[in-house]
Design a protein around this ligand. Structure first.
Ligand code: HEC
Length: 299
């Protein structure tokens, strides 16, 4: 680049940087929209299926129909604790004493997966679906949830907007609705190790059998045979049903091993498919997934 041209280039860059800086400064200094300053939005919340609409409690209570069925987020103070899994929130209003309440502006929040209680008056960010409160509707939407509200509270909020919350972020950025897995005891840890071998071994067995690859198929079948022997031993003193499924899985794996040894690949395929049914059967009844993606034995 030539001398004068370079100077112009640099000047342009400086001007551009200045423009950005000028833009950024007043923005950063702008006061937050609603005093007192609520906690910043929570970090790393998994993307919801629908976009979350940030709303104020008084907006929701004034125009609930516009929000029913929508995924919303509300940042407000806990006004009342109503039960183990329910509370109400309301935005703090400056000069609220003089304000005659025509429509109540508190919103009922129901948290089916609540793990620890919210604190009265603390700011929370709640996210979930806005629904018109009605116990039958809640039962339909949250199948495993048992509404634990006293009758007078049910009556008070019936027909009003309620948030069926999946996240309740407190001032320390802890999601109080997130179900974290309990710690493993030694036996459960050993069990988990076995399952973590079963996963990849089974994933490798199927294509090896499809490809008539005796060496890979036999190697993975041996891992599974040992793993299901251990699985069976784990369940035997505890529960009959999963013991039987583990035993069936082991027998099917042994049938796969025999078929591989005999070069009967169609038999090997058929028995490998049956092993897969045992996984689904047992996981459906005895495996539980937590919100962080980890698994535990369902108690
Ligand atoms: C008799 C019951 C039973 C059978 C059969 C069974 N599982 Fe599991 N599996 C469980 C349970 C219970 C858990 C949860 C325990 C855990 O992960 O700590 C689990 C967890 C797992 C996990 C997650 C491990 C982790 O925590 O990271 C994988 C992967 C898995 N199983 C794969 C399989 C596959 C593949 C099969 C079939 C080829 C199978 N399982 C058969 C009961 C079973």
């Amino acid at each position: 680049m030539q001398g004068p041209l370079k100077a112009i280039h640099v000047a342009a860059l400086v001007a551009f940087a200045l423009l950005i800086a000028l833009h950024a400064v007043p923005r950063a200094q702008q006061p937050p929209a609603a005093p007192p300053a609520p906690a910043a939005p929570p970090p790393a919340v998994p993307a919801p299926a629908k976009p979350l609409v940030p709303v104020a409690t008084n907006t929701v209570t004034a125009h609930p129909d516009a929000y029913y069925g929508q995924a919303v987020t509300i940042n407000a103070a806990v006004e009342q604790i109503l039960s183990k899994s329910a509370f109400s929130v309301d935005q703090r209003r400056v000069g609220a004493a003089a304000d005659v309440k025509r429509t109540p502006t508190d919103v009922l929040v129901l948290v089916p997966t609540i793990q620890s209680p919210v604190e009265l008056n603390a700011y929370v960010t709640v996210m979930g679906e806005l629904v018109k409160f009605d116990p039958a509707e809640i039962a339909r939407k949250a199948k495993d949830y048992k509404l634990d509200l006293p009758a007078d509270v049910v009556a008070k909020y019936s027909g009003r907007p309620a948030l069926l919350a999946t996240s309740v972020i407190n001032e320390k950025f802890v999601d109080l609705a997130k179900r974290l897995p309990p710690p493993l005891n030694a036996e459960e840890e050993a069990y988990q190790k076995v399952m973590r071998q079963v996963g990849p071994a089974f994933a490798a067995l199927r294509p090896a059998v499809e490809a008539s690859n005796a060496e890979t198929a036999a190697k993975n079948a041996a891992v599974l045979q040992k793993a299901f022997t251990d699985t069976e031993a784990f369940w035997k003193p505890k529960k009959a049903e999963p013991t039987l499924w583990a035993q069936n899985a082991r027998k099917e794996v042994e049938a796969v091993q025999a078929a591989i040894a005999a070069g009967k690949w169609d038999d090997a395929k058929a028995h490998a498919a049956t092993v897969g049914q045992a996984c689904a059967q047992c996981h459906g009844a005895y495996r539980e997934r937590f919100d962080d993606g980890s698994f535990r034995i369902k108690k």
